[in-house]
Design a protein around this ligand. Structure first.
Ligand SMILES: Cc1ncc(COP(=O)(O)O)c(C=O)c1O
Length: 412
């Protein structure tokens, strides 16, 4: 390996492509064939979605799980369980997918953003507490990249203030905090089953809870509020969308759930190997884990330190040139700046709802909102590590990061 950086014409550390990730195999196909045998494709009348919900709840050790069509839908189901008053404030994280935010607005509630610690990438009990007002109804935590926030700390705050805590575990499947699985510590846990996630039904979502009243509302919410009672006049108990998961997805979910612990174990071993190999590299800092937290590495994230004598973007470019696919800045800006629905309040028609509801606070999202998140995004580099990779792939990534850090230091 030459010491000259590939970006300056040196030989890249890695020239072979990384192994492709293929999530489904004949185990999923066998479950799908069962659906073909029954001929029942919708969730009512079929058995797979119900079996998937039962298996998911059992695996997580909670009594209730509600399947749906996406992570966004699963968060909407969680809010449907809670049924907050329009105009309520929901505290959440500024670095997330828009799927965390859209359901808040659809329920006519206002997203309010707690800042993140740029070392853990997570909101803190203190940053959440600082955003609580008399109108706060709930907190949606986002366990970014695969490792949980201090959910226990947030729960302690939430208990004092009578708030519901929803854990958005879309990026954080099968990951424990102090021995408890993320998604089971808050009142409600939510999972995206979209294709990039630890387990996937292609698209899909799951909402779990130990609360029977939440579970009952959630089951209705994913089915238009329909109180199904066989024949006769229909009854719809409350306003709700159709997020019913199809049987084919439920079938795939059953097989994926069986693989989940192995997938996460493999990713964790690789992630820990990379972190160990990066110890002592000047100028970069891997995502710090909250005390007692595991990591399941949906993404491997690290920051370029403020002291590093190079621009974070230049580091990412140099790493890509070494044959290591990586991204810089993740969503680029805090999520409220990415979304016209927040930033310009372009929601339903020209109404500006829910921001124009009587009595709501003038929630502003401006340049001063969430400085920690802005700082993090300006220095954040992330890459994929996954279960099709082997330790030697990780060793190449580590070598490339070492090489780039050393090379850029020498140039500075
Ligand atoms: C943290 C987080 N929340 C919510 C979502 C929304 O999930 P979906 O894309 O399945 O609707 C995602 C998807 O990437 C996510 O990463």
């Amino acid at each position: 390996m030459s010491d000259r950086l590939a970006i300056h014409g040196g030989t890249p550390v890695r020239t072979a492509p990384f192994p492709a990730l293929r999530k489904w195999d004949y185990e999923e196909l066998r479950e799908i064939l069962d659906v073909f045998d029954t001929g029942i494709t919708g969730r009512y009348g079929g058995r797979k979605v119900t079996a998937f919900e039962t298996a998911f709840a059992q695996a997580y050790g909670v009594p209730h799980a509600v399947a749906s069509t996406s992570g966004t839908a699963a968060i909407h189901v969680a809010l449907g369980m809670l049924n907050p008053e329009p105009g309520s404030e929901i505290i959440t994280a500024p670095i997330t997918d828009l799927g965390t935010i859209t359901p808040i607005l659809f329920q006519q509630c206002l997203p309010v953003f707690a800042d993140v610690d740029p070392t853990t990438f997570a909101v803190t009990p203190e940053s959440v507490e600082a955003q609580i007002t008399a109108r706060t109804a709930a907190v949606i935590l986002v366990h970014l990249f695969g490792t949980p926030c201090d959910t226990d700390g947030v729960m302690a705050v939430a208990r004092q203030r009578g708030l519901t805590v929803i854990e958005d575990c879309s990026q954080c499947h099968w990951t424990r905090l102090r021995g408890r699985l993320s998604g089971t510590i808050g009142h409600i846990g939510v999972f995206s089953l979209q294709s990039s996630k630890h387990m996937t039904t292609g698209e899909g979502g799951m909402t779990i809870t130990a609360d029977p009243a939440f579970a009952e509302r959630g089951a209705f919410f994913q089915d238009k509020g329909w109180a199904r009672s066989g024949t006769g006049p229909r009854a719809y108990r409350f306003l709700a969308p159709n997020y019913r998961m199809p049987e084919l997805s439920g079938a795939v979910g059953l097989a994926q759930l069986r693989k989940l612990p192995g997938v996460v174990q493999h990713r964790r071993a690789l992630g820990e190997r990379l972190t160990a190999a990066l110890r002592g590299v000047d100028g970069i800092l891997p995502q710090r884990l909250v005390e007692g937290a595991e990591h399941s590495y949906w993404k491997y994230g690290f920051t370029v330190t403020r002291e590093a004598p190079w621009a974070p973007g230049a580091f990412a470019k140099a790493l890509q040139a070494e044959g290591i696919p990586c991204g810089f800045g993740y969503i680029g800006k805090p999520i409220f700046e990415c979304a016209e629905s927040c930033w310009r309040r372009e929601t339903l028609g020209t109404s500006g709802l829910p921001y124009t509801l009587p009595g709501v606070r003038d929630v502003r999202y401006d340049e001063s909102t969430c400085p920690g998140a802005r700082d993090l995004l300006s220095r954040l580099i992330y890459l994929d590590i996954h279960e099709a990779m082997a330790p030697r792939d990780i060793d190449d990534i580590a070598s490339a990061i070492h090489k780039v850090a050393t090379g850029l230091h020498a140039e500075a």
